[in-house]
Design a protein. Structure first.
Length: 267
């Protein structure tokens, strides 16, 4: 296949279907609900997100324990923490390899990009938090325009921008396994909506952060996520692509904006 983002399951199925690989494995390659992906595999988004999540969570607990337990300040404890982080990330890689949804290099690249993104954010946090709303909104419009330009450039070059969706429908035995939430266009609109909500909440350094208990915050966040979960199931899936994508974009804008700017006022 000519796409470097191809997934192992698709790649092997194509090789066997075209008789490129004559000797087939003794174990049949099967697709199920967790392995029917509709996006490209490079880089691995699961690996990227999980790596960043584990690093943030580990940093929080490390600082929390550092201030309260002097016995945990040794280099031995730090080494144990690093080994736990590496072990959890490797387990994530193995899960993706087991499901034949990513190659190893895609998982490694995903984790690397996640670490580099986190380091870049921490190194420029003051600059990012001080950006005015107009600057942030313009940046989101630029990213959206860039994605749209790449889409039409691919069409002009006769490169199918929906190749991953076609591969998913081609090799997934059960179409009901394919959900619109894992489609590339949906993911792009979702992420742009979240970024737009973040941009509308800018500048972030002016946001009020009230001191409150952990459980009080969890209650308010739980209510917000419950409402957002209900709105996600109320998506207009039968009203055409434009209405569907517009609704999803606005839902994610509102969710991100309320989560960042307004929920903290009720703590």
């Amino acid at each position: 296949m000519e796409y470097p983002e191809t997934r192992p399951l698709w790649f092997l199925r194509e090789q066997f279907a075209n008789n490129v690989v004559v000797k087939k494995p003794a174990v049949a390659l099967e697709s199920h609900q967790l392995s029917c992906e509709m996006t490209g595999g490079l880089p691995c988004a699961h690996s990227m997100t999980f790596t960043v999540f584990v690093l943030i969570l580990a940093s929080f607990f490390f600082v929390h324990c550092w201030d309260r337990f002097a016995a945990l300040r040794s280099s031995f404890c730090r080494c144990i923490m690093y080994l736990l982080i590496i072990g959890m990330v490797v387990c994530m890689w193995l899960s993706r390899l087991y499901l034949a949804t990513e190659f190893l290099h895609q998982c490694i690249l995903g984790s690397y990009l996640g670490i580099r993104s986190l380091c870049t954010f921490e190194g420029n946090v003051k600059y990012l938090f001080s950006r005015p709303r107009r600057y942030a909104v313009s940046a989101v419009f630029f990213l959206g325009g860039l994605a749209l330009s790449v889409y039409y450039v691919k069409l002009e070059l006769n490169i199918d921008p929906h190749w991953s969706v076609r591969e998913a429908f081609k090799w997934c035995p059960e179409p009901t396994y394919l959900r619109h939430e894992v489609g590339p266009i949906f993911a792009l609109v979702r992420d742009l909506g979240n970024l737009m909500g973040l941009a509308l909440a800018s500048p972030l350094y002016k946001l009020e952060m009230k001191q409150s208990s952990f459980w009080r915050r969890c209650r308010f966040l739980g209510v917000l996520e419950f409402v957002n979960y209900g709105l996600r199931f109320s998506t207009f899936k039968q009203s055409g692509r434009f209405v569907f994508l517009t609704y999803e974009f606005l839902r994610n804008v509102i969710h991100s904006l309320v989560l960042i700017k307004y929920v903290s006022k009720f703590y």
